[in-house]
Structures are given as C-alpha cells and as structure tokens.
Design a protein around this ligand. Structure first.
Ligand code: NAG
Ligand code: NAG
Ligand code: NAG
Length: 313
C-alpha cells in the first residue's frame, strides 16, 4: 500500500541530511514560561532556525504552547517545532537557551536561592550536554553571572561555548535607547556598553559611548540613573537572546556585552563571570575586547556585589 505521501509526491532524488541550525529554548520545570515563549517567538519571528525544540516538565502546558506555535507556523519559516519532557528532543542543537530557575520564596536569602538553582542545574546541564555536546549554551536564568559560572563548571564545555545573556546585552541596549532619546537619534546610531555583574552593581562605560560617531564622554550623566532601573520585559529578553543566536548561526562576529569568565582579564584574579564586550560568531564567543579602562571604570568595582554568595557545586 502506497502511503499518502507516496501517492501525492514523486521523489526525484535521495534526500540527504543537511546540517541544521537547531535551537532549543527553555528547559524544565521551574522555568519561567513567559521568558521561554518570548525567546521562542522571537527566534521564530526572525526565521533564524530550521528546527526549534522546547523542553519542560509541565507536560500539558508545554503541549498547549507548542500546538499554539505550530498553528502559527503558516507565518513562520521554521518547519519543525518540537517539544517534549524528554531531553532527547534537543539532540544536536547548535544553540541551547537555558531559562530554567526556581523562584525566590518569601524571606528566602539570595544564597539559598542560588543553592536551590544549582541543585536544579545539576540535573538539567548533564542532560543538555548528553544530547547536544557541541552546542553553545546561552544562560538566561537569574542571577545570570553566577548561574553561567555554574553551567560552565557542570557542563565541562569549553569556555567559548557557555555565555550568559539576557541582562547586560539588554541593559546595554536600554542604555543606548536612553542616550539616543536624549540626543534625538535612533538607538542604532549609538554605541555604549554596560559592564560587570548584572544588577545594581553593573557599571556604565561612559568613555566608550558614541552617538553618530561623536564621543559623548560624561555630557549625558543625567541619564546615568536610568540604566540602573530593574525590571525588564520578557519580550526584550527574547529579542536579546535572538540577537546573540543570530550572531552565532550567521557567523557575524559582532560584539555583544555578555557574561563570560574574566579570570586574568582587566586585573581580575578570580574565576568569576561578568559582562564584557565579546565577539560572537559560529565558534561561540571567540575573543573579548581589550579596552583601556578610563576613569569611569578604573576604581569601580567591576567584580560586582561584594557579598557574592559562596556556592557549593
Ligand atoms: C543554517 O546555517 C547555514 C550556515 O551554517 C546557513 O547557510 C543557512 O541558511 C541556515 N539555515 C537557516 C534556516 O537559517
Ligand atoms: C537594588 O537597588 C534598589 C534601589 O536602590 C534596592 O531597592 C534593591 O534592594 C537593590 N537590589 C539588590 C539585589 O541589591
Ligand atoms: C566564520 O567567519 C570567519 C571569518 O570571519 C571564518 O574564518 C570562519 O571559517 C567562519 N566559520 C564558519 C563556521 O562559517
């Protein structure tokens, strides 16, 4: 009996398997589904990948969300949208976005939250590496710098295959938006960077801010406070993750502020993860920019919060 496909379609050549640009978004349980879906939609909207896989332990919710995405696939250029509780669905992904994380409970200390997240990550990361050993992991979960470190340590992946995002890439974009608004230009005509640990202790590099090729220096100090604002939308996080994914899949060698290991850079002796402007291409992140720190960064605490929790892996 001929199958329906055989009745309808006559093959003229053997189909070869071609290398895919598969991106996996999300990951299990505890995940922040708002961020998860924002990342998925944003990646789909840019037609960056030929396969998108979602993983979660919330089976019904996952099925519903995936069906919803599949029903919208007439409008997307991504033929395969898959989801499963089982990690095998992510096999051979080029990029994996990790949004998993437990939520802070009332009265819970940051240290305790981090430690609980580490316990979750112990299960997740080993599964990710098992099924996608050659992928680049983009860590989105909070606190992003610490969890990027944790991901690197648990995964054993090379340093250029584990990056932290969501925050400083996004903060820098927001920083440019504010500067651009003040100057009355489009944000794309402004370049500026936020450095250091994500959160209240992040540092703005004013000496490196350029708008329409004019160096701004400290003329726009009045907007300084704005970049410290907390609370970002899931949409912007999705766009930010998509931006990083695009640089990798299309081998663009663009510079993004990303969380990476800074040992032996900028006078840092410890094995910590912080955001620096990094080159991103098909190999993952390949180099960091070698800036001469000016007054605005020299002497500032690039190491982030002095009470960084001690964690146990
Ligand atoms: C996948 O990546 C290759 C380059 O590695 C590119 O030529 C191709 O267009 C990409 N496919 C999609 C769907 O983006
Ligand atoms: C960040 O700063 C705000 C305002 O100064 C403060 O309310 C908040 O507790 C700080 N958050 C952290 C994690 O230090
Ligand atoms: C990425 O681009 C660089 C040059 O910018 C090139 O050397 C490298 O081979 C490219 N890698 C891939 C996988 O296309």
């Amino acid at each position: 009996m001929a199958t329906l496909e055989e009745k309808l379609i006559a093959p003229v050549a053997d189909e070869e398997t071609v290398p895919n640009n598969k991106t996996t978004v999300g990951v299990p349980g505890w995940l922040n589904q708002l961020i998860d879906m924002a990342c998925a939609i944003s990646v789909l909207g840019k037609s960056l990948v030929d396969e998108l896989a979602l993983v979660d332990v919330l089976e019904d919710k996952l099925k519903g969300e995936t069906m919803h995405l599949q029903h919208g696939s007439l409008c997307f250029q991504t033929p395969n949208i898959m989801a499963d509780e089982d990690y095998s669905v992510i096999s051979n992904s080029k990029t994996v976005v990790v949004t998993a994380g437990v939520l802070q409970q009332e009265g819970e200390s940051r240290l305790n939250l981090v430690q609980r997240n580490i316990n979750v990550f112990k299960c997740i990361i080993s599964q990710l590496v098992k099924y996608s050993p050659d992928s680049t992991i983009i860590e989105v979960s909070s606190p992003v710098d610490i969890l990027t470190y944790v991901t690197r340590e648990l995964s054993g992946l090379p340093k250029h295959h584990v990056i932290g995002s969501g925050c400083n890439n996004l903060n820098s974009a927001r920083f440019c938006c504010h500067v651009a608004e003040k100057v009355g230009i489009h944000p794309r005509s402004c370049r500026g960077w936020i450095w250091g640990e994500h959160g209240n202790s992040s540092v703005s590099g004013w000496s490196g801010v350029h708008a329409v090729a004019v160096k701004l220096g400290r003329k726009v100090e009045s907007t300084y406070d704005v970049i410290k604002l907390k609370g970002y939308t899931n949409r912007a996080t999705g766009s930010s993750v998509t931006d990083l994914t695009e640089s990798m899949l299309k081998n663009l060698s663009r510079i993004h502020p990303m969380s990476t290991m800074v040992k032996e850079m900028y006078g840092t002796e410890n094995k910590v993860f912080l955001s620096l402007p990094c080159f991103l291409n098909a190999q993952g992140f390949t180099s960091v920019t070698n800036w001469k720190l000016k007054d605005d960064l020299r002497g500032r605490n690039l190491m982030g919060h002095p009470e960084r929790p001690k964690i146990h892996l």
